[in-house]
Design a binder for this molecule. Structure first.
Ligand code: AMP
Length: 494
């Protein structure tokens, strides 16, 4: 089975029904199969060869999707780049991936051997023959390169294959979205270069349209969700928090059955408010670029108050373990590193054999770098990223737990907790918060005192106008820490 086979079959089965919708542009299932076939032929005719990397910098829209799946049909390796990143970041990834071609919307960040603009695509497609690119592709050959968030060090590219992509589709269909049918509608409000893109094929194969909006905002989301009667969507937690801040959300007439969220920890206060406002539609997924969006999931009916701190249970066909520092497999209650194994995991890190060897065991187990523990009923609770754990006076402090406490303060909308070097304690806990109304740092510190053990309490809290986030909305604690080290502002705790 190839990605192209799924698209071809959907084209035959759902022919003239809408497969892709963007503003007033629509592409049918049969049309999508034809466009991607022709563009695949056109790219190969230009001189690109299967296995070549093709960087794509296109905004959310139909062109990007057509290019992605034409590349898959041609055996070319997609390197999707987020348009919110800088030209400098793009140039690094184009160089690192040794991209032979770049598809862009104008103002290219780097020169490659083949330069293709979005405006040229219709001409390329019109001039190419129809019909499939027939070659059988190796299921373990690279299909796409996904750059890690870069929350530590230089971004590394994760190599994902046809085998991993098909496993991801299967995992979603079995566990996350088991009831998709031609009446379902997926709304892509987040960048399709990232998490949202994983929802494209599961909907396509079931005959459901994928509706794309250019850029997330609460109003753009609400308008499209109501207009198209969206049943599924994907958001990172920051987007959910923004949506809930908009009073129009509670009044909207939505048809959502699944609001899938993940990619970063969510504050329980945000999640509870989300359920109160939008109903029992939340489905959490925990994954990472190395194991795309399918390690564990928390189903809507599992969102009970005592489970809101959990990332759920392993997907049916995914293995998950928590291991201690000397590699022993841990049972309920014990804290260790999360590992996963299955066809969904990456093949290797692109041109980084040492990092690959550190991350994947010879028997296929992949180290996620996340710290977690099982509870008695088999739910995984994530504490934090291994490298974000703060060690203060010999105690481990998980920033996420402190951020959760801060976010339960009525004025606090965003929080980032980091460890700063400290002569006495090794590291001390420091927080930066964004507030929705004027607030007093000393009062926020007092509030934490009632909720957190002494060693976990922030020693300082700073109120910032906003917090640094990655282009996909993840909080960048490393940058918060760097800024604090560069410009210390002391509000000493009492
Ligand atoms: P990335 O590879 O950039 O997608 O980042 C993946 C990381 O985000 C994971 O290793 C986790 O640390 C975090 N993450 C993803 N999903 C969740 C989730 N549902 N809950 C908590 N953390 C998550």
């Amino acid at each position: 089975m190839q990605i192209g086979d799924l698209i071809r079959r959907a084209g035959r089965q759902f022919g003239a029904a809408p497969a892709l919708v963007y503003g007033d542009r629509m592409v049918t299932f049969a049309g999508f199969d034809d466009l991607t076939d022709r563009l695949a032929h056109a790219l190969l005719a230009r001189g690109l060869e299967p296995g070549d990397r093709v960087a794509v910098v296109l905004p959310n829209g139909i062109d990007g999707v057509v290019v992605y799946y034409a590349l898959a049909k041609a055996g070319l390796v997609r390197v999707p780049l987020n348009t919110r990143e800088t030209a400098h970041e793009h140039a690094y990834k184009i160089d690192d991936s040794q991209a032979r071609a770049l598809v862009h919307a104008g103002d290219p960040p780097a020169e490659t051997e083949f330069m293709i603009t979005a405006a040229e695509l219709p001409g390329l497609i019109a001039g190419a023959p129809p019909g499939p690119c027939d070659e059988r592709r190796d299921p373990d050959a690279p299909l796409r390169l996904a750059y890690t968030g870069g929350t530590t060090g230089k971004p590394k590219a994760v190599v994902l294959t046809t085998r991993s992509e098909l496993a991801e589709v299967a995992n979603f269909l079995v566990d996350l979205l088991p009831n998709l049918h031609p009446g379902s509608v997926m709304l892509h409000a987040a960048p399709i270069t990232h998490g949202s893109g994983a929802f494209f094929l599961p909907h396509l194969v079931k005959g459901a349209p994928n509706v794309i909006v250019p850029k997330f905002s609460p109003s753009a989301f609400l308008e499209a969700a109501q207009k198209h009667r969206a049943t599924s969507t994907f958001m990172v937690p920051t987007m959910i928090a923004m949506l809930l801040e908009d009073p129009a959300t509670a009044r909207a007439d939505l048809a959502l059955e699944r609001l899938c969220y993940g990619g970063a920890p969510i504050a329980t206060s945000v999640l509870q408010r989300g359920i109160d406002v939008l109903g029992p539609v939340f489905a959490q997924l925990y994954g990472q670029a190395e194991a795309p969006l399918a390690i564990t999931c928390l189903q809507p009916w599992e969102h009970t108050p005592e489970r809101l701190t959990s990332a759920g249970k392993p997907y049916t066909f995914v293995e998950v373990q928590v291991r201690g520092t000397d590699g022993q497999v841990l049972g309920a209650g014990a804290v260790g590193e999360v590992l996963t194994r299955g066809p969904h995991t990456m093949h290797h890190y692109w041109r980084r054999p040492e990092a690959t060897a550190e991350t994947i065991e010879p028997d296929g187990w992949l180290h996620t770098g996340d710290i977690g523990r099982w509870d008695d009923e088999g739910y995984l609770h994530l504490l934090d990223r291994r490298h974000d754990v703060i060690i203060s006076g010999g105690f481990n402090v998980y920033p996420r737990e402190v951020e959760d406490a801060l976010l339960s303060h009525p004025a606090v909308v965003e929080a980032a907790v980091v460890g700063l070097p400290d002569d006495t304690w090794g590291e001390r806990v420091a927080a930066a918060v964004v507030t929705r109304s004027p607030a007093d740092p000393a009062e926020i510190l007092d509030f934490c005192a009632g909720r957190l053990a002494g060693f976990k309490r922030p020693r300082t809290v700073e109120i910032w106008p906003d917090l640094p986030t990655s282009p996909v909305g993840k909080s960048l604690r490393r940058e918060v820490r760097d800024r604090m080290v560069a410009a210390p502002v002391a509000h000493a705790a009492s």
